[in-house]
Design a protein around this ligand. Structure first.
Ligand code: C5P
Length: 211
């Protein structure tokens, strides 16, 4: 048991490899308990809007997220209280009616495209990471994932990327790189960077341990 959980922010563009970095860190800490909080699950609830309107939403803008709810959940986990994490439905572009019960853990990873954009979130983090991957790799990964897992067509992925994802990345996501303590090129394949981060997490855990 530690005085306060360690909080790690993992930011980076869509398709940059954030999830793979998070998974690799998670695997390094089998003996410690880690909880992953995905910012995507905290997209604003749009169930009161018609489907056509939900399609028009800019999901790459900071205002698309319910960061107030996300922050209140992080604060609960920091106090070692459990939360009901929302679940996001990408096919219907809104929050699902289900929630996931999440028990507090010693390490909290907050992962998402804009987790370094909100100063309140940054102030909660002990370590801030930015996964930096070239745009051509990111669009290829996104195309594969959105068609396979998120019910999209190739045409819709291309048009969303050119009209929204790319300009929002340049305007809002890329500039948050300057807030990162560590910039990780090549995502989850960068084992040296992930080992360095894992060592730092262990040091913080040792410092915070009061037993
Ligand atoms: O997992 P990843 O970081 O790629 O998730 C963020 C992306 O999800 C954003 O770039 C946004 O365009 C996309 N998204 C979407 N439709 C939604 C919600 C998010 O395409 N309804």
């Amino acid at each position: 048991m530690y005085q306060k959980p360690v909080i790690i922010g993992v930011a980076g563009g869509s398709g940059s490899g954030k999830t793979s970095v998070t998974k690799t860190i998670n695997n390094t800490f089998k003996h410690h308990s880690i909880v992953v909080i995905e910012q995507d699950y905290y997209y604003k609830d749009q169930s009161d809007l018609p489907f056509e309107e939900r399609l028009e939403t800019n999901y790459d803008h900071p205002l698309a997220f319910d960061n107030d709810l996300l922050i209140s959940h992080i604060e609960k986990l920091l106090n070692y209280e459990a939360i009901e994490k929302p679940v996001y439905d990408y096919a219907n572009h809104t929050r699902s009616t289900k929630t996931i019960h999440v028990e507090p853990k010693d390490v909290i990873i907050i992962e998402g495209i804009l987790v370094l954009e909100d100063e309140r979130l940054r102030n909660l983090m002990d370590i801030k990471l930015f996964v930096d991957t070239d745009a051509d790799i990111r669009i290829i990964r996104r195309m594969q994932r959105d068609i396979k897992d998120r019910g999209r067509s190739m045409e819709s992925v291309i048009s969303q990327y050119m009209n929204v994802v790319r300009p929002m990345h340049n305007q809002f996501i890329e500039p948050t790189k300057r807030y990162a303590d560590v910039i990780i090129p090549e995502g989850g394949q960068n084992h040296v960077a992930i080992d360095l981060v894992a060592t730092k997490i262990k040091t913080i855990l040792e410092q915070k341990s009061f037993l």
